[in-house]
Design a protein. Structure first.
Length: 87
């Protein structure tokens, strides 16, 4: 247990995406690092961050991108970026 709820993680994703703005993206590791700013291991949080991002993408609240192209979050393998939908 990492101590963060799905809602905590989703809120952090949305906050970082809003800070960056439409047309810009964040790396999921930025979310994990922000949540673990106390120095705990951010890498262990990455599966939860990716799962929360996929849930947000299914709800249309964020887009998941690879190489600048929106993808199905369930098909994501390798590095991804997260951003706000353009519309």
């Amino acid at each position: 247990m990492n101590g963060f709820s799905d809602e905590d993680i989703a809120a952090c994703i949305l906050a970082l995406c809003r800070e960056r703005g439409v047309g810009k993206t964040i790396c999921p590791s930025e979310v994990a690092r922000r949540l673990t700013s106390d120095g705990s291991d951010w890498r262990s949080l990455m599966p939860d961050v990716r799962a929360a991002a996929a849930a947000l993408a299914r709800d249309g609240r964020v887009v998941v991108l690879q190489k600048g192209v929106a993808i199905d979050p369930g098909a994501a393998r390798g590095p991804i970026r997260l951003g706000l939908p353009s519309s």
